[in-house]
Every structure is written in structure tokens, then in C-alpha cells.
Design a protein around this ligand. Structure first.
Ligand code: PGA
Length: 253
């Protein structure tokens, strides 16, 4: 299915078991009417995925993804899930390289590239997360860091699959901290990302790829972030856990 911008994505991280997932959607779906001028994606924990699928069964406007995959299709990788399994379970999207994976679990850019390739092979849309730490920003290395993280994937990404790629720029210092990049900061980084996509795929294909902003997005700052140039959507963590707040985020005026 096509990805219509803006993309409003919810990363629940390690929150909400199956019962809380069903409760969330009972409330959220009553508040949010289907709209074909945007794309809503939810990333529940893997164990709550079936509950999310069941709760949204009558609502094709709600699309689902998983928070992580292993790059192998199957095998002796205790605790992991694979891209084909996620696709079979009904996932259309997968987060790859979220900063918590990179910084808390040591995921490398080489691993993100393997995961992106595995996602594509299984028909999943990878949402590749990139972003600099506060130290990297202070050292004037924000754009260089993001460039390196993107380079690791774009170098081998097939140019004819740009309709199946989403990028999320999430400055690490803005995640879960209440600090948000200003719309100007976001626009500057998003312009750099767009330019790098254009180098890799040409301007026309680069324009197709949604580039989301993430990091302390809330109902009261979502509209100004979405209004920034080259910001095609948001990836929301903490604020997406509340059905009423997230419904406000998904209807940004
Ligand atoms: P946050 O998380 O909205 O809680 O800052 C965003 C994310 O990590 O995707």
C-alpha cells in the first residue's frame, strides 16, 4: 500500500502488553476517523502485535510495524524475530537503527544495513532511524554523524525501491527528554538528508522518501514541526501512549 505523507508513527517501545494495547485502540479509534490524506503507523512491542492487529482489524487506515528484526530469516538466534515472521504476522513496517538499539544494545551501522536489506527482501518498509548525540552536536558533528549512518545503508540500497523507504531523524538529545529540536534545526538536518538521498537516487526519487522527525513530539509542537521544510511526518514515543494525546497528534489541524 502506498505511503501517503504526512506519516504519523507511534513507537511504543517496551510499553503496553496485549490488554493495554486493546484498551488503547478501543479509545483511540473512537477519536480518530479514517483519513486517506495521511499514513498512521503503530509499532507495538512484538508480544502485543497480535492484539494490535485484532483491535484494528476493521480499520485499514491503521498500519502496523515491529520495532526490530534480525537480518537472518530463521535459525539459532534466541530472543530475536525475523522479517518474514513479522510480515507473516501482518507487519508492513519495521524500525531499524533506533537510537536505543544503537546506544543501549550496541547496534552498528553495518547491522542496520543488513536489517534494511532483510526488511526489503521480506516486503517490509524499513523506517531507518538516524540522529546525533548531544556530544556529537556540540562538537559540530551532527550532520557528519547522520551522513555516516545514512551512508552505511544508502550505498547498497536499490534505487528502484525508494517507494519502500522511510527515514526518521531523531536527535538523541531530544528523545524522551522534553527537549525538541527547533523547526529550524529540524529543517536544516532534513534538508541535508534530502540532499544525500538525491545524491544516492536522484532528486525525483529522493523527494518520494518520507523523512520523519522524532524526539519529544507532542500535541502542542507537532504542527510547527510538520510545517518545517522537508519534514514529512513524525515518529512519536512517549506522547503516543496516550490515546487522546496521540489522536490530537494525528489530526494536526
Ligand atoms: P520520544 O521518543 O517521543 O519519547 O522522545 C521518540 C522515539 O524514540 O522514537
Amino acid at each position: 500500500m502506498a505511503i501517503v505523507k504526512p506519516v504519523l508513527a507511534a513507537n511504543w517501545k517496551m510499553n503496553k502488553g496485549p490488554a493495554a494495547t486493546a484498551e488503547f485502540f478501543a479509545d483511540f479509534l473512537a477519536r480518530h476517523q479514517p483519513a486517506d490524506d495521511r499514513t498512521l503507523v503503530f509499532f507495538p512491542p512484538a508480544l502485543s502485535f497480535a492484539a494490535a492487529r485484532e483491535a484494528t482489524a476493521g480499520r485499514p487506515d491503521i498500519r502496523l510495524g515491529v520495532q526490530n528484526i534480525h537480518w537472518e530469516r530463521s535459525g539459532a538466534f534466541t530472543g530475536e524475530i525475523s522479517a518474514p515472521m513479522a510480515a507473516e504476522a501482518g507487519a508492513e513496517f519495521v524500525l531499524v537503527g533506533h537510537s536505543e538499539r544503537r546506544h543501549l544494545f550496541g547496534e552498528t551501522s553495518e547491522e542496520t544495513a543488513r536489517k534494511v536489506a532483510a526488511a526489503l527482501a521480506a516486503g517490509l518498509v524499513p523506517v531507518l532511524c538516524v540522529g546525533e548525540t548531544l556530544d556529537e552536536r556540540r562538537a559540530g558533528r551532527a550532520e557528519a554523524t547522520v551522513r555516516e549512518q545514512l551512508d552505511a545503508v544508502l550505498g547498497t540500497y536499490p534505487a528502484d525501491r525508494t517507494d519502500s523507504l522511510v527515514i526518521a531523524y531523531e536527535p538523541v538529545w531530544a528523545i524522551g527528554t522534553g527537549e525538541t529540536a527547533t523547526p529550524q534545526d529540524a529543517a536544516a538536518m532534513h534538508a541535508a538528508i534530502r540532499a544525500q538521498l538525491a545524491e544516492a537516487f536522484g532528486a525525483e526519487r529522493a523527494a518520494e522518501v518520507p523523512v520523519l522527525y522524532g524526539g519529544s513530539v507532542k500535541p502542542d509542537n507537532v504542527a510547527e514541526l510538520l510545517a518545517a521544510a522537508n519534514v514529512d511526518g513524525v515518529l512519536v514515543g512517549g506522547a503516543s501512549l496516550d490515546p487522546s494525546g496521540h489522536a490530537a497528534i494525528c489530526a494536526p489541524g
